[in-house]
Design a protein around this ligand. Structure first.
Ligand code: NAD
Length: 433
């Protein structure tokens, strides 16, 4: 993909690398390898609709870099998804897996579709069609997808089943985030939210902040946002606001996140068990605020758990939160990052904060390959231990080098990736330097 066609989100993602390259003295070979994705596959997926008509959906799989292991990354179903976005997300996956030292490269998939407009059977045909189209480039040793926005365990189960049908054998390690009965892992569904809370907890401890004196607003009350809200409340944080794509609710007394979640999901069956028709905006007895207003609330922690590009150069000056926690991928643009840094608002970065999901996906892959299944306690303990260790290294690096948390996390990830690239031999090696 040329630089001119690459959408802004991708330029933004790669733009952050220059600073890191300079500091780490990264070899020219490694810079060249990381300048573009290794493989970009675009496919057209024909789906027979319930009324007999045929619709063709555009889909992608991008493997950004597989130097450290097979590709790993979710599949997103969204009407606005495009190859640039999928590429940026695959790049972030490469960094993220390296930040927490998983033996994976980075990949991502997407289908341009509004899944809420499909019936359950149409959704199944589309999911199986995606797997048929991508079969040759996916596999437990090649590239292992997982859920992302608008995809879930049910969809992963259909895809794993389709893969096994084609392979004529059971290969559950081809995909993670599956339902428990199909080889999923205990603890996967809550892992991203739990992991994000773990990073926030470590930051709070290092800054002598008591959770029970801290307020939290959460943009994006989906899988990651909801489980983060539950874990945060359990530790004593007061969740005062949550939003979804249709609206936001606020209470300075703190919200009952379980009740709101239940309400949001009550009519799920309307769209065949997979998607909710309801919004937090339908909630009664709480204050309703604009989505934009949630972002500018005067809270201790603003957790971003929706989509990318939510805090930009246009609204960064209005953010009042004491800390921004990136649970979504890329919710703060690099320009906004600079403005927040100038204003003294720290940002805990996506490539560290949202790694709970991919860590437990890695555990699921190990369990599938060994046949040894772990309890929820073991999964949770091992995930938290790994995040704690890697977060502590990032925080130390940020402190010692006087750099942002994001730059510290990127340094940690890029150092591991470029080390692996150099271990395969670089210009210096071949020139005998
Ligand atoms: P999800 O689809 O379950 O939830 C997304 C939520 O964001 C929905 O409630 C949606 O209504 C809401 N939303 C969308 N646009 C919004 C807006 N403008 N304002 C407020 N809310 C908005 O998706 P998810 O799995 O929770 O993922 C959320 C983010 O976290 C994504 O960026 C994803 O890539 C990232 N992430 C998720 C996981 C995971 O395991 N679920 C892992 C790593 C990263």
């Amino acid at each position: 993909m040329s630089k001119t066609t690459a959408p802004k989100v991708l330029d933004d993602a790669r733009g952050r690398l220059e600073f890191i390259y300079e500091r780490l003295d990264v070899s020219e070979d490694a810079r060249q390898r990381l300048a573009q994705p290794q493989r970009v596959i675009e496919t057209a997926i024909p789906v027979r609709m319930d009324n007999g008509a045929l619709r063709v959906f555009q889909g992608w799989r991008v493997q950004y870099d597989t130097t450290r292991g097979p590709g790993k990354g979710g599949i997103r179903f969204h009407p606005d998804v495009n190859v640039g976005e999928v590429t940026a997300l695959s790049f972030w996956m490469a960094i993220k897996c390296a930040v927490v030292n998983l033996p994976y490269g980075g990949a991502k998939g997407g289908v341009k579709v509004d899944p809420k407009k499909l019936s359950r059977m149409e959704l199944e045909r589309l999911s199986r069609g995606y797997m048929r189209a991508m079969y040759d480039i996916l596999g437990p040793d090649m590239d292992i997808p997982a859920p992302d926005v608008n995809t879930n365990p049910t969809i992963m189960g259909w895809m794993a089943d389709e893969y096994s049908n084609i392979a004529r054998g059971q290969l559950p390690g081809v995909i993670t985030g599956k339902p428990l009965g199909l080889g999923g892992s205990e603890g996967r569904i809550a892992a991203t939210g739990d992991g994000a809370l773990q990073v926030l907890k470590i930051w709070s401890e290092r800054n002598n902040r008591d959770p029970s004196s801290m307020t939290v607003a959460i943009q994006g009350f989906g899988n990651a946002g909801y489980y983060f809200a539950c874990a945060a409340q359990k530790l004593g944080f007061k969740v005062v606001a949550v939003s979804d794509s249709k609206g936001a609710v606020y209470s300075d007394e703190g919200l009952d996140v379980h009740a709101i979640w239940e309400h949001k999901n009550r009519t799920k069956e309307l769209k065949g068990i997979v998607y909710s028709e309801k919004s937090v905006d339908d909630e009664k007895d709480v204050d309703h605020i604009d989505n934009d207003e949630l972002l500018t609330l005067d809270v201790d922690v603003l957790a971003l758990a929706a989509l990318e590009n939510q805090i930009t150069k246009d609204n960064a000056k209005d953010i009042q939160a004491g800390l921004v926690l990136e649970i979504a991928n890329g919710p703060v643009t690099s320009k906004a990052d600079e403005i927040l840094a100038d204003r003294g608002i720290p940002v805990l970065p996506d490539v560290l904060v949202n790694t709970g999901g991919v860590i437990v996906s890695y555990f699921e892959w190990i369990q599938n390959r060994t046949g040894d299944y772990w309890t929820a306690e073991v999964v949770g303990e091992r995930m938290r231990a790994r995040i704690a260790e890697e977060a502590a290294t990032c925080f130390d690096l940020a402190e010692n080098e006087n750099i942002s948390f994001r730059n510290a996390a990127y340094m940690q990830g890029i150092r591991r990736i470029t080390q692996a690239m150099d271990d395969r031999g670089n210009q210096g090696y071949f020139n005998g330097d």
